[in-house]
Design a protein around this ligand. Structure first.
Ligand SMILES: CC(=O)SCCNC(=O)CCNC(=O)[C@H](O)C(C)(C)COP(=O)(O)OP(=O)(O)OC[C@H]1O[C@@H](n2cnc3c(N)ncnc32)[C@H](O)[C@@H]1OP(=O)(O)O
Length: 448
């Protein structure tokens, strides 16, 4: 599919923008990928890997946006290589209670150093978010290279993961007995099992997002984390449940005998059941000749230390944000989510980009919410006027980025209020907390 669209709004003269679906044997796609390598300080691409890269983009359903500067001087990089890149795709986000919502995912954002801070990103992202909203998507998401970039565009950090370190000398002891069985994986076969296992994990995990093709290629060692070459050091392991169905996998590799203490890095671990999660760690923690395990994408609310005979073997070395969310359609987003508690709140959403702002009464019962627009003037100075149909309902005002952070329950309403992103009475904060943060903590182990 070819999807050209001139979206030159807000760009300075001399620049032009095109959006397109990637195609094989397409110099435009090759140049776009080259610009991404330049923007992220990666090595130049190898032409022999281009078909596989394009195939991955196509499987992900990526739409690529390029900004060109035709006025490049002699000896400058070919003007066919874009000065800015931006890509989008749609994938599922688990918004609690097993509900999957299509989310507009933004990735591969680069602006060449010679063209930075002239508003190119602002132009690309504001027009793109508007189009995504018009296309009916309630939420946009991204994983950010720097935490300082996307708040101004209404994104809030919604999930985090922990980088952990485990002391496995002599083997880890567990407090419960084993379930199911384990097998070292045939990596080539893991490539085809991993998507189904991940799908089952996605369906049960609040905050998980559908994965890109590269994840299966990496879990199966077909691609390394750094390149499109095989990773010869990577091993895989599978957990089978009592019925013999694979319901979890991990990928791991030794960092080499010269590392002191000898360390195995877990590069991916996906469990579609609590049993699988326990057994994968039991396997990893019982390997001989290994002194330390590391994993940089553990849940913040990790059950792992609670299953260990010696919880001090487990250490969190850092916590980093993963998924950033941007509400595009407030009513649709509020009604899509699963809720744990029950209650009502009048919510005034402030959005500097004018996409999500307005006033809604959110009523929650039986796990579902309905968001009715509130008539103009019914809320003033943060309180509901007497004599309106909303009288007696607590009210709060929230910035759109704070709503993105609150949406999956990754941070409490009082914490966001203390930070200034929510303004409301104590009673309103309590209702927001009961509705948004009482369920399981969100966990997204996918970067895109
Ligand atoms: C989802 C992802 O792909 S995350 C990856 C983001 N990309 C990278 O980190 C690659 C290296 N960086 C870059 O390519 C560029 O610097 C970009 C894409 C981050 C920014 O592009 P630019 O075109 O320079 O941004 P633009 O001029 O539109 O700036 C818009 C606003 O963001 C601010 N901004 C832009 N980049 C940054 C930054 N790195 N840190 C803090 N603020 C920033 C600008 O100051 C400006 O603020 P204002 O409008 O409120 O005054």
């Amino acid at each position: 599919m070819k999807q050209d669209a001139a979206v030159a709004s807000g760009l300075s003269s001399g620049l032009r923008t095109t959006s397109f679906a990637p195609e094989n044997d397409d110099a435009r796609t090759a140049n776009w990928l080259e610009a991404v390598n330049l923007g992220f300080h990666e090595q130049r691409g190898d032409p022999k890997h281009l078909p596989a890269e394009v195939d991955a983009c196509q499987r992900d359903g990526r739409i690529l946006t390029a900004v060109y500067d035709d006025t490049a001087p002699d000896s400058a990089l070919d003007p066919a290589v874009p000065v800015a890149t931006y890509a989008t795709m749609v994938n599922s986000l688990n918004v609690g209670g097993g509900r999957l919502l299509p989310a507009h995912l933004v990735t591969a954002v680069t602006v060449r150093p010679t063209h930075r801070r002239r508003g190119i990103l602002r132009s690309m992202i504001t027009s793109d978010l508007q189009r995504a909203k018009e296309a009916g998507l309630a939420l946009a998401g991204l994983t950010a290279s720097e935490a300082t970039i996307y708040g101004r565009f209404g994104f809030g950090a919604a999930t985090s993961t922990a980088e952990i370190r485990l002391d496995t000398r002599g083997g880890l002891g567990f407090t419960s007995g084993t379930t199911g069985s384990m097998a070292v994986a045939d990596s080539a076969k893991l490539r085809f099992l991993a998507p189904d296992i991940y799908r089952a994990h996605l369906e049960r995990t609040n905050g998980a997002v559908g994965r890109q093709h590269r994840y299966w290629m990496r879990a199966s060692a077909a691609w390394s984390e750094e390149s499109f070459e095989p990773d010869k050091a990577l091993r895989g392991v599978l957990h089978y449940n009592a019925k013999g169905v694979p319901d979890g996998y991990a990928a791991y590799k030794s960092l080499g005998w010269r590392t002191e203490p000898h360390t195995v890095k877990v590069t991916d671990l996906v469990a579609a059941s609590d049993d699988a999660y326990r057994e994968l760690w039991r396997y990893l923690g019982s390997m001989d000749l290994v002194d330390r395990l590391t994993f940089d994408a553990a849940p913040v609310a990790d059950p792992l230390p609670w299953m260990l005979a010696d919880r001090r073997r487990y250490q969190v070395t850092s916590v980093d944000d993963v998924l950033w969310l941007r509400i595009l359609d407030t009513r649709a987003a509020l009604e899509a989510r699963h809720y744990t508690g029950a209650g009502s709140v009048v919510l005034t959403v402030r959005d500097p980009l004018g996409m999500a702002d307005g006033v809604w009464q959110l009523d929650v019962e039986g796990g579902s919410g309905s968001a009715r627009p509130v008539e103009a003037g019914a809320v003033q100075d943060g309180t509901v006027h007497e004599g309106t149909m909303h009288e007696g309902t607590v009210a709060a005002e929230i910035d759109v980025a704070a709503l993105g952070s609150l949406y999956l329950g990754g941070v409490s309403a009082p914490t966001l209020a203390a930070a200034g992103g929510i303004r409301g009475s104590q009673a309103a904060l309590e209702v927001l907390d009961a509705l948004f943060t009482a369920g399981p903590a969100p966990y997204c182990s996918t970067h895109f």
